[in-house]
Design a protein around this ligand. Sequence first.
Ligand SMILES: Cc1cc2nc3c(=O)[nH]c(=O)nc-3n(C[C@H](O)[C@H](O)[C@H](O)COP(=O)(O)OP(=O)(O)OC[C@H]3O[C@@H](n4cnc5c(N)ncnc54)[C@H](O)[C@@H]3O)c2cc1C
Length: 474
Amino acid sequence: MAITMGSDSVQAPATAVGARAVGRLRAAFGGEVIGPADGGYDEQRRVWNGSIDRRPAVIARCTSVDDVRTAIRFGRDHQLSVAVRGGGHSFPGLSTCDDGLLIDLRPMKGVRVDPDARLAGAQAGILLGELDQATQEHGLAVPAGIVSHTGLAGLTLGGGIGWIMRKYGLTVDSLESADLVTADGDVVHASEDENADLFWGLRGGGGNFGVVTDFRFRLHPLGPQVMAGATFWHMDQAESVLRFYRDWIADCPDELMTIVVQRLAPALPVVPPELVGRPVIAVTACYAGDIDDGARVLRPMRDFGSPVLDVFAPKPFLAHEKMFDPSYRHGCWYYVRSCDVAALTDDVIDVVAEYGRRISSPLSSIALWQMGGAVGGVPDDATAFSGRSAGFTFNINGNSETTDGFQDQRQWARDYWTALAPFHTGVYVNFLMEEGEARVKQAYGDGKYERLTTLKRKYDPTNFFRLNQNVSPA
Ligand SMILES: Cc1cc2nc3c(=O)[nH]c(=O)nc-3n(C[C@H](O)[C@H](O)[C@H](O)COP(=O)(O)OP(=O)(O)OC[C@H]3O[C@@H](n4cnc5c(N)ncnc54)[C@H](O)[C@@H]3O)c2cc1C
């Protein structure tokens, strides 16, 4: 499709948008409006996953709720497909599009912290690390994810699992209210007391109902120092490490959150040179409580077998939440498969050990999330998020630096996931690729999916917001 924003002589099919119209959008818009002929277009269209290479016709970089409304109206008037970007970390690249309108919320960076009331407000362009930076100044936190450059908006709308969820619940469990702009351009406030049906859907139902511009969260005490880090073993000890791990976490306190990682040991200053590139299994953890209690709880696992590296220490939570950042750099090629399992049975452990030994890219890895604790303490029907009773969540990442070798890594991730198929119980919606309606249904379960379709009919009957893990209007 040929579209040039710089001139009026545009050869474009019916769905495209002419330069005059874009000029009018620019005149009515507070933020930047960028088209393919404008400087910075390539930088602004890029998303985190380097394997996604899409070319929107217009990028509307919103700075206010009014900008969001103007952009939505523009998309509607010109019948454009519309993508919405918070942090741009959608694994399958759902926050960009070819030839359509990209509503980019990244310039909306406001954060407000009220330490006395233990409340925080965040606009939709905030990244997890930016929110934590503001809240940790007061020794407080919103439960969120494990990589600091992930977008708060997309993560929250899918549920939000992370380092302190077993103590304080999912990100959505701390959500007090949100403001949303609908496809009609209406601004709607959602909380337990106002538009409670929408509030239910926003807590897990993704970007299906409109563009959320502002979130308000309850804050919880955390650190700012926490006992956190990782212990590593050679992958050939995977079976014994996992069996011990399974027993060790069986009655651990909710303050403890662990993630088992399999990967090739990374080339980082803390990793001895002789270990770099060797397949390892690690138990990573964060203790959301007293440092000495954390040290005591972690001791048996750290002492198990013959660890090859131990990097547990009291450290600022802000440092710990960057631990995985280097493993998920912007621009590499990423592919993920995910599933929940009920328990780490011997059969599951055998699969994990076998496929862990087959890792061949320094960027491929798995994260096996321990669920439970406060996540399971909230009634399942309280929010659209499903998976509160999951034992563990697998995130299997077949990644490569560039296109070279990507297909092999993707195949490894698919094979690993397929080998786990007999044990799948569900899937976390934010860890889906574009896998079709059946998988979206699986993420919510039939009952919740149906409730979401009814809500979709009420708030977005034309499915204007469809570039997401889409729920069709009933
Ligand atoms: C490196 C990495 C680490 C991750 N770690 C975690 C983790 O620890 N815990 C966890 O739960 N998940 C995690 N995820 C998954 C993450 O929750 C999703 O990828 C999430 O979509 C990212 O949010 P975003 O704002 O960056 O996404 P985007 O790519 O911007 O958007 C994702 C989806 O949400 C929609 N959307 C975004 N903002 C809005 C908005 N304001 N209003 C309406 N719709 C919107 C988009 O249209 C799109 O469909 C991780 C992902 C990555 C890539």
